[in-house]
Each structure stands twice: as C-alpha cells, then as structure tokens.
Design a protein around this ligand. Structure first.
Ligand SMILES: [Zn+2]
Length: 89
C-alpha cells in the first residue's frame, strides 16, 4: 500500500515537474524572432558553449530542434573562421 502510494506520488511529481519544465522551455531565437543565426557574431554563440568549448545539448540550451541545428552549423562555421575555439585552453 505504501509502495503504491509512493509510486503514485512519484508519477504525480514527475508530471508536475515535466509541466513546469515544458512551460519554461522556450526557444531563445523563436521568442526574439531570429530566423537565421549569425555565425559572424561569436559573442552571441559563446553562450551556447560549455567550458570545454563543446556545443551544449538541447536539454541545456532550451532551443527548438530547428534552431539547435542552425546553432550547431553556425558554431562550426565560426570555428572554421577561428572566431570560436575547437577546444578550450
Ligand atoms: Zn526556435
């Protein structure tokens, strides 16, 4: 009985947590109405890099799939132009 109650509470809480997380999940580029991410602006792209200069996953950036894909391309282009590092110092 206690076990059932606990699992019920667990699912209830996770649903609540997911709802809160979904409400907070808003794409930065969609909300600011940016269609194309500029690869020539490394300061804007730096926010989406980890301390090891890796591209952060969607879980952390809270971007939509389209903008996460465009961001990855923009970061890779900026890296090729040496505006962003491939690895951190
Ligand atoms: Zn978006």
């Amino acid at each position: 009985m206690i076990y059932l109650f606990r699992t019920y509470e667990h699912t209830k809480n996770t649903r609540k947590y997911e709802k809160i997380m979904n409400d907070q999940k808003q794409c930065h580029f969609c909300t600011s109405n940016i269609r194309i991410i500029n690869y020539k602006d490394p300061d804007a792209l730096k926010k989406f890099l980890s301390p090891q200069a890796k591209i952060l996953p969607r879980k952390h950036t809270n971007l939509c799939a389209k903008h996460q894909r465009n961001l990855a391309t923009a970061i890779k282009r900026a890296r090729f132009l040496a505006l962003l590092p491939y690895i951190a110092n």
